[in-house]
Design a protein around this ligand. Structure first.
Ligand code: HPA
Length: 278
């Protein structure tokens, strides 16, 4: 495979950035990525401009039906935000570089903080369907990494530190918000696999044993890319199904979407509350 050079990547990012700057005057500080079934947070945003992914040069196009595929610019809790309504997953066939591309462009636009959400399966026996979890760390089992390839020193270091990818200060604020609003919020480790298969019982047992509380198919590529660029990160998972190997029920995407829809208001409230306090 012919790898693109750092210069070629820079050119693509520049073209995408120029297009976005032509489409909006907004200069957001916060980047929000909405996970599967969690697009409704967008309703709370005071939208100023909306830009379709299809129109942005070199932007990947979202293939998952439940994802809308556009950037929403506006304000939320008085803060300037851009929301990616629809995200890119490794199982769709995108490369890690493609998944990281929108973040790199939106960081160049000025975003310094990533607020990321996802739907996940809960493996910690204390977690129930419909509850939310603050991500305090992750395990990357995607078998790939968005930083593989030539490093662009303009973006970040060759060997980025990963000792606190989910910024402690933001986690503390989120906990404060959950407490104040009486929202039950767990805290734990998110593990990413490529999917698109759900896991076998033996896999759930293994993943739980190696230290994961929940499992999903997203988030980690974006977080790695954000940390590489020095962004602060807040991650919230919505537990859409219970993955207890000794009592495993079959799960389909409809169940996942339904649970995500039910739990979404809690996640939205935490994100809104966090933005208010920042
Ligand atoms: N695995 C199991 N359950 C899930 C997942 C997953 O990746 N995503 C949402 N629910």
């Amino acid at each position: 495979m012919q790898r693109e050079t750092v210069e070629e990547f820079r050119k693509k990012r520049k073209e995408a950035l120029s297009f976005i700057q032509g489409a909006t005057d907004e200069k957001p500080n916060y980047l929000i990525i909405l996970g599967t079934g969690l697009g409704k947070l967008a309703d709370a945003i005071d939208i100023v401009d909306s830009v379709s992914y299809d129109d942005i040069p070199h932007f990947p196009v979202s293939t998952v039906e439940s994802h809308a595929g556009r950037l929403l610019f506006g304000s939320l809790s008085g803060k300037k935000v851009v929301a990616m309504q629809g995200r890119f997953h490794y199982y769709e066939g995108y490369s890690m570089q493609e998944i990281a591309f929108p973040l790199r462009v939106l960081h160049a636009l000025g975003t310094e903080t990533l607020l990321v959400s996802n739907a996940c399966g809960g493996m910690n026996p204390n977690f129930s369907r419909g509850e939310i979890m603050l991500i305090n760390d992750h395990i990357n089992m995607l078998g790939d990494n968005p930083l593989i390839g030539p490093n662009d020193d303009e973006l970040g270091p060759r060997f980025p530190d990963m000792s606190d990818p989910y910024t402690e200060r933001l986690r503390n604020v989120a906990e404060e918000v959950a407490l104040e609003k009486s929202i039950k919020m767990h805290e734990g480790v998110y593990l990413a696999l490529s999917g698109p298969t759900m896991e076998t019982k033996a896999e759930y047992r293994f993943l739980r044993n190696i230290g994961a509380d929940v499992v999903g198919m997203s988030t980690v590529p974006e977080v790695i890319s954000a940390v590489h660029m020095g962004m602060d990160v807040l991650g919230i998972s919505v537990i859409t199904d219970e993955c207890f190997p000794d009592a495993l029920e079959p799960v389909d995407i409809e169940d996942v979407l339904e649970a995500a829809g039910e739990a979404e208001p809690k996640m939205t409230e935490v994100i809104i509350g966090v933005l208010e306090k920042l």
